[in-house]
Design a binder for this molecule. Structure first.
Ligand SMILES: Cc1cc2nc3c(=O)[nH]c(=O)nc-3n(C[C@H](O)[C@H](O)[C@H](O)COP(=O)(O)O)c2cc1C
Length: 361
């Protein structure tokens, strides 16, 4: 199915550097995702024929609708890369206008590019001319900071230049993850343009997705951290909230390791990569908390106190220390049981509910 046909009501796996690695996208598809995005790939590095960048744009055969996100600020380079990713199977191609990281913004990429709507238009126009059939999309934040919220300008510039859909992350670059996403502003974009808008920010539970849709009238929503914390979020989006057991969670993590071994290879080097990625994913998986006994819901930005875990295995999975993540990863890689009684004792940091993790995007 084409990207635009897939959109109405869908919950998209948003683009994430590192997080949207191919095995994690396959896992998401197995758990119900219908539209997936790549990690951000740099147009320039593709043009320079850099092999690791090509790994980022590869589509898994199971992905029904796969979009590649490109970063770049030169229209001709972005046009060339758009044609390349279409040829290699992308269902849509997206322009990164939201990356907040200084390394990229200092080069005029990501959120810095969104400060120049005219340049955005030139890039979209050039990409649109270069592709044969797939839509060109852009993903942007509300602005650089609260004094420079130029989202309507960016939205109109992109649509006038031919963008087929817009991803809107409801925060500014300076806000990072400090404040809640502004779904009213996302709704303003949805009302202002004639193309589908995909809203994004803070969605963790199905009722939040429904509320965000109702509030913003977006065609679809995208999830990022929510999919890293609970990859079964895609199934929940269609079937409703499920109080998943710790054993089921371990089975899902085990499945990730199996897919990752297929991807990176079941040899020393491959297993090293799998271990590194799995430990990284545990930094998010450990943040999962079910609905609270009083019926309230844990927020994306909050950390639940590990003492609320209901079983020893839940307690182990809630641990935030590297030692626990490394130990569970080793068990999964060895195909062994994850027995909480055998785990190394918690370190100091486990006893403190942590604060928000700072991440890119
Ligand atoms: C680990 C990580 C990497 C990210 N990398 C990208 C990226 O490469 N491109 C992008 O447009 N956004 C990136 N983002 C931002 C997300 O796509 C999304 O806009 C943001 O996290 C808000 O959605 P959420 O509240 O559901 O997490 C990243 C987010 C995370 C957590």
């Amino acid at each position: 199915m084409s990207f635009l046909e897939s959109l109405p009501g869908s919950v998209i796996l948003g683009p994430m550097a590192k997080g949207c690695n191919l095995p994690y996208r396959r896992l998401s598809v197995e758990l119900g995702a219908r539209v997936t995005c790549s990690e951000m790939a740099l147009a320039r590095r593709l043009k320079q024929n850099r092999r690791p960048e090509y790994a980022l744009i590869r589509r898994a055969p199971e992905e029904p609708c796969f979009g590649v996100q490109l970063a770049g600020n030169k229209p001709e380079e972005m046009a060339w890369a758009a044609a390349l990713v279409e040829e290699r199977g992308a269902s849509f191609v997206d322009v990164n206008l939201g990356c907040p990281i200084d390394y990229f913004t200092s080069k005029g990429l990501g959120a810095a590019l969104a400060r120049q709507p005219k340049r955005v238009a030139k890039i979209v126009e050039a990409m649109k001319l270069a592709v044969k059939a797939i839509p060109v999309t852009v993903k942007f934040r509300l602005g650089w900071n609260d004094d420079q919220r130029n989202y309507l300008e960016v939205a109109r510039a992109a649509v006038d230049a031919g963008a087929g859909a817009l991803f809107v992350h409801g925060r500014t670059r300076d806000a990072r993850y400090r404040f809640a996403a502004d779904w009213d502003a996302i709704g303003e974009v949805a009302r202002a343009v004639s193309v589908p808008v995909i809203g994004n920010g803070d969605l963790l539970f199905p009722h939040e997705m429904e509320a965000a849709r109702a509030r913003s009238h977006c065609a679809a929503v995208a999830v990022a951290r929510g999919a890293l914390i609970k990859p079964w979020i895609f199934g929940e989006a269609t079937s409703g909230y499920r109080d998943i057991s710790a054993d089921e969670r371990v089975a899902i993590y085990r499945r990730y390791v199996a897919l990752a071994l297929e991807h990176w290879g079941d040899h020393d080097r491959g297993r090293g990569q799998v271990a590194e990625f799995t430990r990284w994913h545990f930094g998010f998986w450990c943040r999962y908390a079910p609905r609270r006994p009083d019926g309230s819901w844990p927020g994306m930005q909050e950390r639940e106190d590990v003492r609320f875990a209901r079983t020893p295995l839940e307690q182990l999975l809630a641990r935030q220390d590297q030692a626990a993540h490394a130990w569970i990863t080793e068990r999964l890689l060895a195909g062994e049981d994850v027995d909480p009684a055998a785990a190394p004792p918690p370190s100091e940091e486990d006893t403190q509910p942590g604060s928000e993790i700072e991440v890119s995007g």
